[in-house]
Design a protein around this ligand. Structure first.
Ligand code: DAH
Length: 344
């Protein structure tokens, strides 16, 4: 009897190891544990025919075999359920399919494209510069020498010297204005350019992100005036917000322009004052001004002959105003419930 127990156990282990699917496991269950003709059932029947003494001796071996068969089969079945599909989750071919929605470009990319389109229409060239800048281009050439207090407004990420860039004093650009200097250095007037790109500041709240995007504009030629600046800003803002509006310039200070200004648009949400314009009827847009003679001197232009205007804009800011978004962080969370609202 013990020999048969051994044989059945070995055969069972072999069969179980070879069983690769649900059907094979079911067949093993019938073959060994089946109520009518299962091998274990046969053994139990034979056990009953033995004399009480022999029965006691073989009973334990048969019982151990029974436990082994049941436990191993259950484990194998559980493993299979885990690896194939969850219990009860059989394939139902009558269910409707899950549609693959086509992707769209990010709302910031879309607004960036629109801004580029508007300036290209106006005859501007697209320029770019590196995101890792030198202190010279980011600050110094823009009339911000090392101890200039205006540096305080642009808290900066500096890079430690590294074997790949051993120069000390490299930083993540805090604005796109260094592209003004790079463009003025590489060409001569007339200059008419915009640069769109990523900038970095140590700044974070509902309207500020440490990584954001700016537009820089620069026009330099003989006879460029403040009126050209105002007309350009007005035309651009009307185009980008797709409505009639007016521009308001307020005197302000940026070291690389003189006179310098901040410019606002008449509120695009109300006529008499609302929470978005804080009751003032105007919304801040960016900084601008006439290129400072000190900047012209740095790049070797004659400030008596040439004049120019420059302006800066935040791309997120335009996107937020255009779409009525209050929290800048929504742009960076990759939440499809938000991103799905901007079909391209
Ligand atoms: N670079 C400035 C900033 O990020 C914005 C700015 C102000 C740009 C005046 C200009 C300008 O070109 O003329 O705060």
């Amino acid at each position: 009897m013990e020999t048969r127990v051994q044989e059945i156990r070995r055969a069972f282990d072999r069969d179980l190891a070879a069983a690769s699917d649900k059907e094979a496991l079911a067949a093993i269950r019938v073959r060994y544990l089946g109520r009518r003709a299962g091998l274990l059932t046969g053994l139990l029947k034979d056990l009953r025919e033995l004399s009480p003494q022999k029965r006691a001796a073989s009973g334990k071996a048969v019982n151990d075999l029974k436990t082994h068969l049941e436990r191993s089969l259950e484990e194998a079945e559980a493993r299979r359920r885990g690896s194939e599909d969850a219990p009860g989750e059989e394939l139902d071919p009558t269910l409707p399919g899950r549609a693959q929605r086509p992707g769209t470009s990010h709302p910031i990319t879309q607004v960036r494209g629109l801004i580029e389109e508007i300036f290209l229409e106006m005859g501007y060239a697209l320029e770019s510069g590196p995101e890792i800048e030198t202190d010279y281009y980011n600050f110094e050439a823009l009339n911000m020498p090392p101890h200039h207090p205006a540096r305080d407004m642009q808290d900066t990420f500096y890079l430690k010297p590294h074997p790949f860039h051993p120069k000390a004093g490299l930083l993540l650009r805090t604005h796109t204005s260094p592209v003004q200097i790079r463009t003025l250095e590489k060409q001569r007037p007339p200059v008419k350019m915009v640069a769109l790109g990523t900038v970095f500041r140590r700044d974070s709240d509902v309207t500020h992100s440490p990584v954001f995007h700016q537009v820089e504009g620069l026009v330099v030629d003989e006879g460029i005036t403040f009126a050209h600046l105002k007309g350009t800003l007005e035309h651009f803002c009307r185009r980008v917000f797709e409505r009639d509006l007016t521009i308001r310039l307020r005197p302000s200070y940026f070291p690389f322009v003189e006179p310098g200004a901040e410019y606002d648009i008449s509120c695009i949400f109300c006529t008499g004052g609302c929470s978005r314009c804080k009751g003032s009827g105007f919304i801040e847009m960016g900084g601008a001004g006439m290129v400072h003679p000190a900047v012209f001197e740095k790049v070797g232009y004659d400030p008596e002959r040439y004049s120019g205007f420059a302006f800066g804009l935040g791309i997120e800011r335009i996107a937020m105003l255009k779409h009525g978004i209050d929290d800048i962080r929504l742009f960076y969370e990759n939440d499809l419930r938000f991103l799905g609202q901007f079909p391209a």
